[in-house]
Design a protein around this ligand. Sequence first.
Ligand code: C2E
Ligand code: MG
Ligand code: MG
Ligand code: MG
Length: 278
Amino acid sequence: EAKKSGRNTQKFFDPVMQQTLDARVALEHSLLKALPNNEFKLYYQLQVDHDARPVGVEALIRWMHPERGLVPPMEFIPLAEEIRLIVPIGKWVLETACAQLKAWESTDIANALSIAINVSAYHFQQSNFVDELKTITNHYGVSPNKLKLELTESIVLGDLQDAIVKMEQLKALGFILSMDDFGTGYSSLSYLRRLPFNQLKMDRSFIMNALENANDSFLIQMVTSMAEQFGMDVIAEGVETEQQQQHLIKLGCKAFQGYFFGRPMPINELEAVLKRSN
Ligand code: C2E
Ligand code: MG
Ligand code: MG
Ligand code: MG
């Protein structure tokens, strides 16, 4: 018994573990202040057609930490989900994107573009999610068909029927629904049949090796034609070279996103790029 608790005590004071705990507590503490301190920023990455013409952008959140500088989303979104801060953060993303869409309406460089936003499963699963979207787009006077919601298949992990009902409601309101990271989950195919997505976003892991890997190419071709059968369009993410894009075009892909067309960038840079490409 003494030995047992001795071991536990030792484990508790493990300096590495303690450091990890301290770091997490510190991160959590500063994350709680990020929204009121206005430390989040949206970056935008172009989405283009086969002629590299911009058709939309994806909004990607960045955290400008006062001491640590720019913190990438993978380092704080999972924590934000854990402590449920993802709902107010998601709402901020939505409002910022809507304000941007409204501002673009009166320009000729961006009035046709849609904005895609990433929605966390926990946020989507809130009972008032559809109402919140309706209220915010109404408030900003933004047409829902300019807003694309990128959802992952994890939205169905709770209640599949509830997810389908919400998606149908969102579609009826005019929102565009895109299945993000397609190909990384477990049951993509069976869900795809039942979930009313407008678009399927093929994960970068598919695209990465397609030029060298005949199996990956075959999968892309299969997914593209299957999506077409289901009435969905397909966008490829993580396109880094022109050869990749040409290859994807041959496989039936019609929309693209990736470093080859532009990195995620702050709004002023994006607008400069759009002006030049106009
Ligand atoms: P995602 O939605 O799948 O976004 C694509 C990620 O791939 C982005 O990373 C983007 O910068 C990166 N990327 C784009 N093109 C290329 C390329 O050609 N090569 C490579 N290597 N990478 C490329 P980022 O911005 O770090 O975002 C990571 C993830 O964080 C996103 O994955 C998304 O799941 C999440 N995320 C980002 N913003 C938000 C947000 O506002 N809300 C929520 N809930 N999640 C977000
Ligand atoms: Mg995304
Ligand atoms: Mg993705
Ligand atoms: Mg991804």
